[in-house]
Design a protein around this ligand. Structure first.
Ligand SMILES: Cc1cc2nc3c(=O)[nH]c(=O)nc-3n(C[C@H](O)[C@H](O)[C@H](O)COP(=O)(O)OP(=O)(O)OC[C@H]3O[C@@H](n4cnc5c(N)ncnc54)[C@H](O)[C@@H]3O)c2cc1C
Length: 412
């Protein structure tokens, strides 16, 4: 169905393509500023990877289980404006599967100084790196920068755990700025599950679920967007899509932006939720990450807190997407937790091309993408702002409220 004539609209509409958290955030901020906006979402419901499903009397998350928050930051402002309550995730023990056993991982930098994860010279080198920050160079990989700042031991024993656990990727293949952390942020959970965030964002938005944008065409003063038998005219179109999706729509009009977007790989993972009788020490911790050197395809296993009840624990195991039965996952877990009781329930959730893993040179790549966008088009996605939902929430807030100055968002 064609929308009314573009010229006749009292205020030229903004169209957001993609109703994941990035698109919903854009639309929500624009609407608060009185700008008419409509969101097209290909799936039946908004939220993208931020999605919670009821399972076994509790919740199973498809994507993140929580998000980082610091009092007064963009996430804090957002959750309060939406009226969403949140609870701090307690600091619980976590482990690294390394050298054939589970080794406790300290909760903060200082505690690494007494950790068995590093030798004494390795710890002193870490201390030096904490005291004298070293800025990442453009085009430097996360592995090279970590080695320069914290030394070889940190780069070889600790970093691969984080790179694999968060991005399912080797640190040599990631941009150095990807792991930038905001000091003082703590992890929080939403009692209704992470899916309550997109639900709250979408509450008052003009949302068209089940509508996939397939084509963009320039028209005088704006763009015509079409897909699935629908067509709309908009003065401004925000592509809130993964880089590979945005590339398809953009390439005919901005080949350079399309080519640069295609350089950003997305990793596919599967996560297995399982419920077991609680077993210590796992049940009282956060879980563990597996070092690539151990030769397991298990990336890590987190304990969902709160679990189903005191007697049972809810585990979430991450692996690269593949065709494997539960018995293979169970065997991979048992290597680290031999006393793991048999699963009482299992659920496998696939996440194809879900995690952006920006390679070295992301800052220049973003400049190429954003610099080549034709007037009236913009691209917004987690991969634009850095790592994770915290960076996305802060980046979109800055983009909408400060405009063009923050075109490359929080990417240092
Ligand atoms: C298993 C897993 C664990 C994760 N863990 C964490 C974590 O611990 N911390 C963290 O910060 N992040 C985590 N993430 C990443 C986080 O979920 C994503 O970075 C974030 O949700 C991306 O949001 P987005 O809106 O940019 O993209 P998406 O969630 O991919 O949303 C894009 C939306 O666009 C829609 N769409 C696509 N093409 C079109 C089209 N042509 N027209 C209309 N609509 C379209 C899609 O249906 C989708 O809803 C995790 C992700 C996964 C899968």
């Amino acid at each position: 169905m064609a929308t009314p004539a573009f010229e006749a609209s009292p205020a030229p509409p903004t169209l957001v393509l993609g109703g994941g958290v990035a698109g919903l955030l854009c639309a929500w901020h624009l609407r608060r500023r009185g700008i008419p906006v409509e969101v097209w979402e290909a799936a039946a419901a908004p939220g993208g990877w931020v999605r919670t499903q009821a399972w076994e009397g509790g919740q199973a998350e498809w994507g993140p289980q929580g998000l980082p928050l610091r009092a007064g930051d963009a996430t804090d402002r957002l959750l309060r404006a939406l009226g969403l309550s949140f609870a701090e995730v307690p600091r619980l023990p976590r482990w690294a599967a390394l050298d054939g056993r589970l080794v406790p991982v300290p909760a903060h930098g200082g505690a690494f100084l007494v950790s068995p994860l590093l030798s004494l010279p390795g710890r002193l080198r870490l201390l030096a790196g904490l005291a004298w920050p070293v800025r990442a160079r453009d085009d430097e990989s996360l592995a090279t920068w970590t080695r320069r700042r914290f030394g070889t031991e940190v780069a070889e024993r600790l970093l691969p755990l984080a790179a694999r656990g968060l991005f399912a990727t080797a640190a040599e293949e990631l941009d150095a700025a990807i792991l930038t952390r905001r000091a003082g942020a703590r992890q929080v959970r939403l009692p209704g599950g992470m899916g309550s965030l997109p639900r709250a964002l979408a509450r008052d938005l003009e949302l068209r679920p089940g509508l996939r944008a397939r084509r963009l065409e320039p028209v005088p003063g704006g763009w015509r967007v079409s897909g699935d038998g629908h067509e709309a005219l908009a003065a401004r179109v925000i592509l809130a899509l993964p880089a590979f999706e945005a590339a398809e729509l953009l390439a005919p009009h901005a080949p350079e932006a399309g080519a640069a977007l295609r350089e950003i790989p997305y990793v596919s993972v599967e996560n297995w939720h399982s419920i077991h009788a609680a077993v210590r020490p796992l049940a009282s911790g956060h879980g563990f990450l597996v070092h690539p050197r151990e030769g397991s395809d298990l990336l890590g296993c987190t304990v969902a807190h709160p679990g189903v009840d005191g007697a049972r624990m809810h585990l979430r195991s991450f692996l690269p997407l593949g065709a494997r039965p539960w018995s293979a996952v169970d065997a991979a877990l048992r290597r680290w937790v031999p006393e793991l009781p048999e699963a009482q329930a299992i659920l496998r959730l696939e996440a194809p091309r879900a995690l952006a893993a920006p390679p070295p040179g992301q800052r220049h790549r973003l400049a190429r993408i954003l610099g080549a966008l034709p007037p009236g088009l913009d691209w917004v996605a987690a991969a634009r702002f850095g790592q994770g939902l915290g960076a996305l929430i802060a980046g979109v807030e800055a983009l909408v409220t400060q405009g063009a100055e923050s075109r490359i968002g929080g990417w240092p």
